[in-house]
Write a protein of this length. Structure first.
Length: 198
């Protein structure tokens, strides 16, 4: 579903010279040209997680693995970097939509939303509303045609307008921690100066 297009969009936003630097970094770190799930977790410092948190990270990894071959290749890596570093809110919401749409059928149903809120609550601690209450509230607010499914459009429009919901959605995967890794991560060859130009 538009994967090659979104990869192309991601690449278009990054100057060729920067892509080359990223490519060298990536190949130095992952000489096979592929980053495994284990390496992804290591990179982000996500080890020793609970089972629930682990499953969640697996799901995050799967959204970055656009061709679904089980690995992050360089194109997928640079698309992810681009999303984290330069993505506009709408692009990020599109990505969250993919994360929430667990069965990948193009819409979020109540079960998928409930699963996600349950996970977020398990990861981030107690909220004022239970996941069930929150799921009902969200569908009440943003399922515009009341068919029990959130389309991409309903999800983006609804979330952009609702600060509380936006905050909860952002908690399901924190891009700022990834950004920190990208900025402070291992960069033996460049000292990180090129990152300031991104
Ligand atoms: Ca892949
Ligand atoms: Ca779905
Ligand atoms: Ca709907």
């Amino acid at each position: 579903m538009g994967n090659s297009k979104s990869i192309a969009n991601g690449l278009a936003a990054i100057p060729a010279t920067e892509i080359y630097v990223w490519y060298r970094k990536f190949m130095m770190e992952y000489p096979s040209g592929l980053q495994t799930l284990h390496e992804f977790k290591t990179l982000l410092g996500l080890q020793g997680l609970t089972q629930k948190a682990n499953q969640h990270v697996d799901q995050v990894y799967n959204t970055f693995d656009m061709n679904k071959d089980g690995f992050i290749d360089f194109l997928e890596f640079i698309a992810a970097v681009n999303l984290v570093v330069r993505g506009k809110m709408e692009q990020k919401l599109k990505w969250y939509f993919k994360l929430y749409d667990a069965d990948g059928n193009g819409s979020i149903d109540k079960k998928e939303l409930l699963n996600m809120f349950t996970t977020i609550q398990a990861l981030n601690g107690q909220q004022t509303l239970s996941p069930e209450e929150f799921t009902s509230l969200v569908f009440h607010k943003i399922d515009i045609n009341h068919d029990g499914e959130l389309t991409l459009e309903e999800f983006i429009n609804g979330t952009e307008k609702d600060q509380d919901l936006l905050e909860i959605v952002s908690k399901s995967f924190d891009f700022s921690s990834v950004l920190e890794v990208i900025c402070n991560g291992k960069q033996p060859d460049t000292g990180g100066s090129f990152l300031q130009t991104i």
